[in-house]
Design a protein around this ligand. Structure first.
Ligand code: ZN
Length: 267
């Protein structure tokens, strides 16, 4: 299932396995001036490829190696001969068969391995120049792309909401906080996230997300200094774990947020 919407010259392409999936199970790619940001999940790979016919796609950038961002790579290479770039740390992971949890298989499906090239410091299209902004908190290979003259910031999975309530075990929350501050300092005019709707008031939303995570960080430190264990801290800050934790085999949980902020106190 694919929906598209134009934001000026940037075309948002929202993808989901089924039309009635909740918003969290949709993911966006963006097309501008022949450059496609991310290629979506496996279940929509053929549909995306058909959708892009005659739309002039020449280059693809994967913001990171996760299965909901890379899975039409091989289809697009075979159909249109596109060049695909990603962070050097993503190359090997995209080249090998993925291992997925059951929820990932259910929602996104398995990507076909593909060969992508290491990205440099920027990507140029006919009209625009996109700076590569390393943002390693979500995963070590995660990047954002910034087009300075237009104020366009493509954030992959860095920005989801102003109040993140769950994270995966590999997320480095203190680093995500630094990444959000780094992109805030760019003063983007508009944000194009993969897992959320387009953000037309980026300063306000990024400030809120940064403030929220700083407060969580401080609260975790306070409760830790009082001798509370990880589970007690989670309960105190977030209350009961949401159903999402159970549905994702504890891959998306508030406990993971607490664990990540607590890492700095480990010996
Ligand atoms: Zn991701």
């Amino acid at each position: 299932m694919i929906e598209s919407k134009a934001y000026g010259e940037v075309l948002q392409i929202r993808m989901s396995r089924y039309p009635d999936f909740p918003p969290a199970m949709w993911v966006c790619a963006y097309l501008v001036d022949g450059l496609l940001m991310d290629s979506g999940p496996a279940y929509t790979a053929q549909e995306l490829t058909d959708f892009l016919k005659d739309r002039g796609v020449k280059t693809v950038v994967n913001t990171h190696y996760h299965e909901d961002h890379i899975s039409a790579n091989k289809f697009l290479q075979d159909a249109y001969g596109v060049e695909i770039f990603a962070h050097p740390l993503a190359i090997d992971k995209i080249k090998r068969p993925a291992s997925l949890y059951p929820y990932q298989e259910e929602v996104w499906g398995y990507p076909i391995p593909s060969l992508v090239k290491p990205i440099g410091d920027f990507v140029e299209t006919g009209k625009y120049r996109f700076e590569v902004i390393p943002t390693p908190g979500h995963d070590l290979d995660h990047i954002c792309l910034f087009e300075r003259s237009q104020g366009w910031l493509f954030t992959g999975d860095l920005y989801v909401t102003t109040r993140p309530m769950a994270s995966r075990p590999m997320f480095d929350m203190p680093q995500i906080l630094e990444d959000l501050k780094k992109v805030r300092a760019l003063n983007p005019r508009i944000i194009f996230p993969a897992p959320a709707h387009v953000v037309t008031e980026p300063a306000e939303k990024l400030d809120k997300a940064i403030d929220y995570l700083e407060k969580v960080d401080i609260r975790v430190a306070e409760l830790h200094s009082r001798g509370m264990d990880t589970e007690q801290i989670r309960q105190e800050i977030f209350g009961a774990e949401s159903i999402i934790a159970e549905m994702t085999q504890q891959q998306f949980s508030s406990l993971n947020i607490v664990k990540s902020f607590l890492k700095k106190y480990e010996q």
